[in-house]
Design a binder for this molecule. Sequence first.
Ligand code: ADP
Length: 598
Amino acid sequence: MMRFSGFTARMYLHFIGAMLAVVASSSIYSSCELRRFREGNQTGELQRHASMLTMIPAIADSNADPSSIDAACKEIGNNTGLRITVMAAGGHVVGDSQSDPATMDNHLERPEMRKAMEGGIGVSTRFSDTTRRRMLYVAAPFGAPGNPRGVVRVSVAVENPDPGFASLRSHMLASTALAAALFAVVAAFLSRRITGPIASICGAARRLSSGDLAARCAVPADTDLKNLADAFNGMARQLGERMETIARQHNELTTVLESMSDGVLAVDAAERVIEVNRSAAALLDIDPAMSRGRSIQEVARNPEMQNLVAATLRGASAAEETVIRFGTSDRFLRVTSAPLVDRESRTIGAVVVFSDVTRMKKLETVRQEFAANASHELKTPVTAIRGCVETMKDSSLTPEETRSFLDMLDRHSVRLDTLVNDLLNLSRIEHDAGTRSIAMEPARVRDILQKACDSYAERAGAKNMSILLECPDALSVNANPGLLEEAIGNLLDNAIRYSGSGSPVRVEGRLAGPGNVELLVKDEGPGIEAKHLDRIWERFYRVDPARSRSLGGTGLGLSIVKNIAVAHGGKVRAESEPGKGSKFVISMPGRRAETWEL
Ligand code: ADP
């Protein structure tokens, strides 16, 4: 079955409409013409009959007996099917084939009769009161020309076309209907043929507009439509290529944005977020999908950032950079805001790039604090030394006083030396760890611990303390033995320094889990309150500064230990309770798998 699209159906209907209009108007016209032709024929025929009848004496003789005229009329009328009426010059009917003349009124005023009485042939068509039908009348005068003695009128009913005429008409109708049916079929094919290519182009355009970039239309043979189809297909191809380029560029941009460690946030001129990358979402603690389309006030709840964006949108052309503290947290962001401009250099938005500089900021603070602390620590012995020297310049000092000042000078210069050494040590370890230039080698833990213990044996002995070492021989680590020994030495130094005379110090090396080696220094000294435990690893942090100083501490020992542990991929912890001694632990990766089975 033939299926029509809307367009084809409309075209088909137009065809059918046009055809019906043509058929209807031509039918009406031909039927009118036919009617006129038939009436003309009938009139001519009746005229001939009328003229013939005027020549029949039984009819056209005014002297004849009216009843014989009437009888002749009726006889001829019966034989011919015509109605024949004979009117005398006075207008009264003397004979009629279908009626009794006596009942008929004066006919002189009938138009055809009047015309005939004037000498011509009268023709008229009208409704007859006598026959109760529409009749065609033709009247012809008889008698001398210019002085007719009467009129013979022949008439016939016009609504009753003869059967031949009716069949002609029905044949005409049948052939018209056949032609119309044929035309309907042809019109269907024609509409399909004309609208098919257009419908194909329309369908392809519809698919294209709904996002199917592969949509193409069939190319018809007709030149104009072929050009249209070619142009459409060319346009679709170009559109596809452009969309592909845009999608590729968008993907590239998204990949770049998403892989950036810096946060990127773009807003339009109305300060609504149009783009936000993953890093920005993480830094601002927002959901990227929810943020798009929202105002920057909702997304970045930070007045400084909002002000920066507003200033950029107001027309600051150059990129602006600032470091802001984000929210109430301790997070610091370095924010750069630059305007987004279109081809006409109009500001259509702003792009904000920000990075987390919290670590840098903290390091800066630590560095500043360190510089201040170091200066302060150095200043104390230097001031003391200068004071001693100034005093000693006075020659009136007794030998005992001189001796006491020299002792003081010695103490402070030793302290200065220790401090400078510790500082240098610390910076060297930090530097080497930072540049990964610490030489590592496989080393037996026991050897390292033993050396450290040996170094401090004398000092321990001076306080009547014993150092007890416990470590499996096979335990080994990848380490810089000198540094690790220094770390254990610092812990031993503290244990001996802060513990009371005679108490033992235990040094231990052990396997604390697969791949994890622990080095411990335990003492039975005064212990440390829990609140200080986390902070003792900071540089210059002392639980009791005066005591530490008086015992020759620099406040740097444990931070050196921590740095050495970190440089070895390890970490430190301290466990202590006031009055119950302290335990300092360096935990670091062990060297070999077989070690784990110890
Ligand atoms: P210091 O040179 O002052 O000893 P450290 O960094 O080595 O500096 O130690 C930091 C602080 O930790 C010390 O001032 C001290 O108060 C405390 N401390 C360290 N080791 C011990 C220990 N074994 N027993 C008690 N307190 C200790």
